[in-house]
Design a protein around this ligand. Structure first.
Ligand SMILES: Nc1ncnc2c1ncn2[C@@H]1O[C@H](COP(=O)(O)OP(=O)(O)O)[C@@H](O)[C@H]1O
Ligand SMILES: O=P(O)(O)OC[C@H]1O[C@](O)(COP(=O)(O)O)[C@@H](O)[C@@H]1O
Length: 332
C-alpha cells in the first residue's frame, strides 16, 4: 500500500456523511491506499480512537443517516497542545492524508492542525446549514430541506383545520439558507431570515399587515411563518406571545429541532457526498493541502480552507426576490 488515509466526521452530523465515508473507502481501496476512520470527531484523533475501514463495513451504508464514525465537538482540539498531540498521533500511525467531513468549525480545526502537521489535510463540506463559503451546497442540506418541508406540510394540515397561525422554527445556525428554501418549498406565508431581519417591531408590523390583507379576502385562513433559529429575541415563545397580543389570534409555536439532522439522505446529498468523497481521494498523490472540496455551478472546486469561513455566502438573489413577491411583501 502506497498511502495511508484517515477520515473523520466532526461537528453537527448531516445526512450524507455516511455516503461520503463510503465513497472515500471505496476510492481508497481502488487506489490501493489503507484507510482508517477516526471516531467521535477530533476526540478520536486526540485519543487514537480509530478503526480500519474496508468495503464490507460500508456496504449498505449510502442510505443511512447520521455517521458511523460518530461526531462530536472537541474543545481540547482548539488549543495548540491539542493540535500538536493530534499531529503526533497522525505521525505515529504514518497517516499521509486526513480528510475532515464537517462544517466551518471543523475546517478551522483542520486549518489549525495544518500549522503543526506536515501531512495533507482535506475538508469536505458536511452540514445541514449550507453556511460554508466556496460551495453551492453542503452535504446534508438538501435532506434537511426535505425534512423541514415535509414537517411544514403536516403543520399546515392542522393549521388549516383550526384556522390558526403557526410559527415553525428551523435550524441553520446564523444562516437563513434552510429557512428560505424550506419556506419557499412549503409555500409558507412569511419567513424571518437572519440576513434580512431588522427589528422585532418592524417584523411584527409587517406580519400583521400581511395577515390583515389576507383576512380582507377571507375570514377563514391559516398562516404559516417560518422562523430561523437563534434570531428572535427571547426565542419563538416570545414571538408567539407578541403575535397573539398584536393579532388577537391563536398562535402555536413548533420547533423542528434536531429532526432536521436525521433521516436517510436524499439523492442530491448522496450524489454530492459520493462525488466529493471520491474526488478527495484523487488528490492524495497531488501536491495540494489545506483545501475544501466543494461544487460550484456543477464543477468540483478546491477552495482554501480559510475562504470557507471568511468568504461571505449570500442567499440566492432570485430566491429572495421570489420570496418577497409571493410571501413577505405579497400585499406591500
Ligand atoms: N477555531 C478553531 N480552532 C480549532 N478547532 C476548532 C475551531 N473551531 C472549531 N474547531 C473544532 O471543530 C469542532 C467542530 O466545530 P463546530 O463549530 O462545533 O461544528 P461544525 O464543524 O459543524 O461547524 C469543534 O468542536 C472543535 O474541535
Ligand atoms: O447539536 P447541537 O450541538 O445542539 O447544535 C445545533 C446546531 O447544529 C446544527 O444543527 C448544525 O450546525 P453545524 O453543522 O455548524 O454544527 C445547527 O443548525 C444548529 O444550530
Amino acid at each position: 500500500m502506497t498511502k495511508k488515509v484517515a477520515v473523520l466526521t466532526s461537528g453537527g452530523d448531516a445526512p450524507g456523511m455516511n455516503a461520503c465515508i463510503r465513497a472515500i473507502v471505496l476510492a481508497c481501496e481502488r487506489a490501493d491506499y489503507a484507510i482508517i476512520g477516526y471516531q467521535h470527531g477530533y476526540n478520536g484523533l486526540l485519543n487514537q480512537e480509530y478503526c480500519l475501514l474496508n468495503n464490507n463495513q460500508v456496504h449498505n451504508l449510502i442510505q443511512r443517516g447520521g455517521t458511523v464514525l460518530h461526531s462530536a465537538r472537541c474543545h481540547e482540539f482548539k488549543t495548540d497542545e491539542g493540535a500538536k498531540k493530534a499531529a503526533e498521533n497522525l505521525d505515529e500511525l504514518d497517516i499521509d492524508t486526513l480528510i475532515v467531513i464537517g462544517g466551518d468549525g471543523s475546517f478551522k480545526g483542520a486549518d489549525h492542525l495544518s500549522a503543526f502537521w506536515s501531512g495533507q489535510v482535506l475538508g469536505l463540506p458536511g452540514t445541514i446549514d449550507n453556511d460554508i463559503g466556496g460551495t453551492d451546497a453542503t452535504i446534508g442540506f438538501y435532506t434537511a430541506i426535505e425534512t423541514a418541508v415535509t414537517s411544514i406540510d403536516k403543520v399546515r394540515d392542522t393549521a388549516d383545520a383550526f384556522e390558526r397561525i403557526f410559527l415553525v422554527e428551523v435550524m441553520g445556525r446564523h444562516a437563513g439558507f434552510l429557512a428560505l428554501h424550506a419556506a419557499l418549498a412549503s409555500s409558507a406565508d412569511y419567513v424571518i431570515l437572519p440576513e434580512l431581519f431588522e427589528k422585532p417591531d418592524v417584523t411584527l408590523e409587517c406580519i400583521t399587515e400581511q395577515l390583515n390583507e389576507r383576512r380582507k379576502q377571507s375570514d377563514h385562513i391559516s398562516y404559516i411563518i417560518v422562523l430561523a433559529e437563534k434570531l428572535w429575541p427571547g426565542g419563538i415563545d416570545n414571538l408567539a406571545k407578541a403575535l397573539t397580543e398584536k393579532t388577537q389570534s391563536e398562535v402555536r409555536p413548533v420547533i423542528l429541532g434536531h429532526v432536521q439532522r436525521g433521516g436517510s439522505p436524499v439523492s442530491e446529498d448522496r450524489i454530492l457526498a459520493t462525488k466529493l468523497g471520491a474526488y478527495a481521494v484523487s488528490l492524495v498523490t497531488k501536491n495540494v493541502s489545506g483545501v475544501m472540496i466543494g461544487e460550484r455551478a456543477g464543477q468540483i472546486v478546491e477552495v482554501p480552507l480559510k475562504l470557507t469561513w471568511e468568504e461571505s455566502k449570500p442567499l440566492d438573489k432570485q430566491m429572495v426576490t421570489t420570496m418577497k413577491t409571493l410571501m413577505n411583501e405579497r400585499y406591500a
